[in-house]
Design a protein around this ligand. Structure first.
Ligand SMILES: Cc1cc2nc3c(=O)[nH]c(=O)nc-3n(C[C@H](O)[C@H](O)[C@H](O)COP(=O)(O)OP(=O)(O)OC[C@H]3O[C@@H](n4cnc5c(N)ncnc54)[C@H](O)[C@@H]3O)c2cc1C
Length: 397
């Protein structure tokens, strides 16, 4: 397998430890948390104590100073066993804004509790009328004296009802020259008056993960809670997604790997027409094609993470390509894996049924399949800095 050639001994040990943890602990929670839409706080604390959460934070902020590839290997192994649990135990979504653009005080205050399993974070960008179109947000943060007053509604926010810290994108300039200008990012702490969250139920998949509508009604935060520069929020957020799309590619690879293994084992054991399912040529063809897609996806994901570790910044075109391809391949692989299980896959009693529901989100959140294609095309044409650019030289080429 590819990983055996390119991973260091230390990275293999991280992968093995994550696999051991997921295989031992996840089966105790996966089915119940999916059915009851329940966040397993006990499991999350255990994972944090073992250093699996926020491991890419520098040591002075509670992490282990691990690379992106290192932390993504954990994501891959967790998602191999269960997507819903893997999602909640991934690196704290939103923390990247603090890591990349926060002040020293913000990093010292907010990052260690996230890595130690003492606080949960969420990132509030999407609004009812603005998902892919981030520049279409209406939430406002008006400066009044030494404070900002935030008003607006955010939609589909992961960890929205259980978060301690809310990273919020809002308009600080109501009349910008361009619609993506004049936005800024803030930290709002749980319990701030005017902050309300309502859990959204009946998601198709990743049901252990909390999803909420979050409303800000005259929420006042001190000016020290501004992350980065006023007016730069849109650009910061685009950089944020370039980073966070890499773990999503690994979520896809992990889930596809898990589904592939389930299908392979099922085909080896299922008897029909007086032979094993795996002995049919058509089954072998299916498994062979699934395997090719899986390994190609893994290579792209590893390449995107490796590039970021080496260059200290992600390549937006490569990141979008990894997220696009891995998510799409995972959907195709999981679909075939369920097919191999026949009616037993459809009836919902097997892990493969849950994977079939979980996999769909990967082509929707953190940039839909269509948005990723647009970024890839723009990077080809040199409109986004990327090694993929075919038009003009750029430092990333
Ligand atoms: C379970 C879950 C968790 C989420 N977690 C978070 C979170 O923590 N924080 C957060 O801020 N958001 C979160 N989201 C929101 C998610 O990022 C958005 O749903 C996603 O960006 C798509 O936005 P939308 O749903 O408004 O769809 P739309 O943007 O309305 O898209 C609808 C369709 O139009 C297509 N489309 C859009 N633009 C174009 C274009 N230019 N060209 C062609 N086609 C286009 C899309 O690809 C899609 O197929 C989450 C969503 C879900 C479902």
């Amino acid at each position: 397998m590819l990983s055996e050639f390119i991973l260091t001994e230390e990275q293999k040990a991280i992968k093995d430890a994550a696999r051991e943890f997921a295989e031992k602990e996840f089966p105790k929670y996966a089915e119940e948390c999916d059915r009851e839409e329940k966040f397993p706080f006990e499991l999350w604390k255990k994972a944090a104590e073992l250093g699996f959460i926020g491991m890419n934070f520098p040591e002075e902020y509670g992490g282990q100073g691990a690379g992106i590839l290192d932390s993504c290997l954990v994501v891959e192994e967790f998602w191999r066993v269960d997507g819903g649990l893997g999602q909640i135990l991934s690196s704290p979504f939103g923390s990247e804004q603090i890591l990349m653009f926060g002040t020293e005080e913000q990093k010292k205050k907010y990052l260690p509790p996230l890595a130690k399993g003492k606080a949960i974070c969420c990132a509030c960008y999407t609004e009812p009328q603005a998902g892919s179109d981030v520049a279409g947000i209406k939430a406002r943060a008006d400066k009044v004296g030494d404070e900002y007053v935030i008003n607006g509604t955010k939609m589909f926010i992961t960890n929205g009802t259980i978060a301690d810290y809310y990273i919020v994108l809002a308009r600080t300039d109501p009349n910008p020259a361009k619609r993506h200008h004049g936005m800024s990012v803030f930290i709002v702490e749980k319990g701030t008056p005017g902050l309300e969250a309502k859990k959204l139920h009946n998601k198709l998949g990743i049901r252990a993960s909390d999803t909420a509508e979050v409303v800000f009604k005259n929420v006042r935060v001190p000016k020290e809670n501004l992350i980065g520069q006023e007016g730069q929020g849109f650009y910061q957020t685009m950089l944020f997604f370039n980073v966070t799309r890499i773990p999503v590619a690994f979520q896809a690879v992990g889930l596809a790997q898990g589904a592939f293994e389930l299908a392979f084992n099922y085909a080896k054991n299922r008897e029909l027409f007086e032979q094993k399912l795996i002995d049919f040529q058509v089954t072998q063809d299916k498994l062979a094609k699934m395997r090719v897609k899986l390994e190609a996806a893994r290579l792209l994901a590893y390449q995107a993470a490796y590039f970021q570790d080496k260059m200290g910044m992600p390549d937006p075109g490569l990141t979008a390509m990894a997220k696009y391809y891995c998510a799409h391949a995972a959907n195709e692989i999981v679909n075939e894996a369920l097919q191999i299980h026949g009616g037993y896959g459809y009836m919902g009693e097997q892990a493969i049924s849950r994977m079939y529901r979980d996999v769909r989100i990967l082509e929707i959140y953190e940039g839909t399949r269509e948005v990723e294609l647009e970024i890839i095309a723009r990077s080809l044409m040199g409109k986004v800095p990327s090694k993929l650019s075919l038009i003009r030289k750029h430092p990333l080429m």
